[in-house]
Design a protein around this ligand. Structure first.
Ligand code: ATP
Ligand code: MG
Length: 353
């Protein structure tokens, strides 16, 4: 009769259905993965298709064996047409092995100086020169290879500390990495982590503090022994005692290197061979620490305020200490009083007895 099925047919049908279920699920899954992949590829392609504004020029030359002389010659720069210039007529020279300090209020153009030196942007007017070569005529790889740069906002990859440091110099030996970490003043802290230099940082690993990140970034900048070191407020998140310790180490490491040290704190640039003070993109003062203090201008002003702040912090901590001592005294007195009270009580009790 129509519609009748045998038991055998029913069993066969059910088992075919069972066999077909998985391929159907898999088809859906594959389509899903393909769609997602296509969307991601589209986004990646959009980035890859962008032609960078800053690229090697046709006749770009390699900066072979950089000596590390840095010069800004009448540099003016605006981030966009019609905007106030972020730097206006800035000129300075840093001979090989010298240190230039850059000080200024927030927004005065300090990071812009670093950006122009690394050719992240190009000067609107004037020239930025390294060893007498205009940076626009150098290959980007050789230019950036000559500079160890610690940006103001440090970025670490979700990888081990060692790989993060080796990022700029994949061929660096383990000894070099350890040495860079030591100079950056973070060796002890890294050694206290369970896996030392192989500790994972970021989402899947330990979260480093702001100061620790900055010091890992300093180690990254130093590991490939660059001719020029640029520190953009690289010690802003560490306390003054750690800063002093790192500076002692850096002094040795930077001896034969040219360095540009940007800072809000005078203590970081006090020993620079020359410091420029920027205000609204212009150099308003320049000289050594002593000369600048004697000029009684912006630098001296900032210096005095920072000295006062340090003095206040010191007196605060001294006060806390005195407070602590007084507290201890009070506790001791209470103890004694209780003891005496107890004694009197016992005496009293004895008397009653
Ligand atoms: P801070 O001490 O806060 O780091 P800074 O001295 O490093 O400040 P810069 O970052 O050099 O200051 O900025 C100088 C000026 O350029 C600021 O007025 C800032 O708003 C402007 N500026 C910086 N970057 C850009 C940008 N990408 N586009 C437009 N304007 C910018
Ligand atoms: Mg800055």
């Amino acid at each position: 009769m129509l519609g009748d099925i045998t038991t055998g047919d029913l069993v066969a049908f059910t088992s075919y259905l069972g066999i077909l279920t998985w391929p159907m699920i898999a088809m859906g899954w594959v389509v899903n993965v393909l769609q997602r992949g296509a969307a991601s590829m589209g986004r990646i392609n959009r980035i890859l298709e962008v032609t960078p504004e800053i690229a090697d020029h046709e006749n770009a030359v390699e900066l072979a064996e950089p000596r590390g002389e840095v010069e800004f010659r009448g540099v003016t720069f605006s981030y966009a047409e019609g905007l106030e210039p972020a730097l206006a007529d800035v000129s300075f020279t840093v001979p090989r092995g010298h240190t230039l300090g850059v000080l200024g209020r927030t927004g005065s153009g300090k990071s812009t100086v670093c950006n122009l030196l690394l050719r992240i942007h190009e000067a609107t007017e004037g020239q930025v020169l390294i060893d007498g070569n205009d940076v626009t005529g150098l290959t980007l790889s050789s230019l950036r290879g000559a500079i160890g740069y610690v940006p103001q906002d440090t970025f670490l990859f979700s990888d081990t500390i060692r790989e993060n440091i080796r990022f700029g110099a994949p061929e660096a030996s383990d000894e070099r990495v350890t040495e860079a970490v030591r100079i950056a003043g973070i060796l002890d802290e890294i050694e206290s982590f369970p896996d030392g230099l192989d500790t994972l940082v970021g989402e899947r690993g330990v979260t480093l503090s702001g100061g620790q990140k900055q010091r890992v970034a300093i180690a990254r900048a130093l590991v490939h022994a660059p001719a020029i070191v640029v520190l953009d407020d690289a010690l802003s998140s560490v306390d003054t005692a750690t800063e002093e310790r790192i500076q002692q180490e850096l002094k040795g490491a930077l001896e034969n290197r040219t360095s540009v040290i940007v800072s809000h704190r005078i203590s970081s640039i006090k020993h620079a061979d020359e410091t420029i003070v920027l205000d609204e993109g212009r150099i308003v003062e320049r000289g050594t620490h002593e000369e600048l203090v004697a000029q009684k201008g912006l630098y001296a002003n900032i210096y005095e305020r920072q000295l006062l702040e340090t003095a206040m912090e010191d007196s605060d901590s001294a006060e806390e200490q005195t407070d602590g001592e007084q507290q201890a005294d009070r506790e001791e007195q209470t103890d004694r009083k209780q003891q005496t009270d107890g004694k009197q009580q016992t005496d009293g009790e004895q008397q009653t007895e």
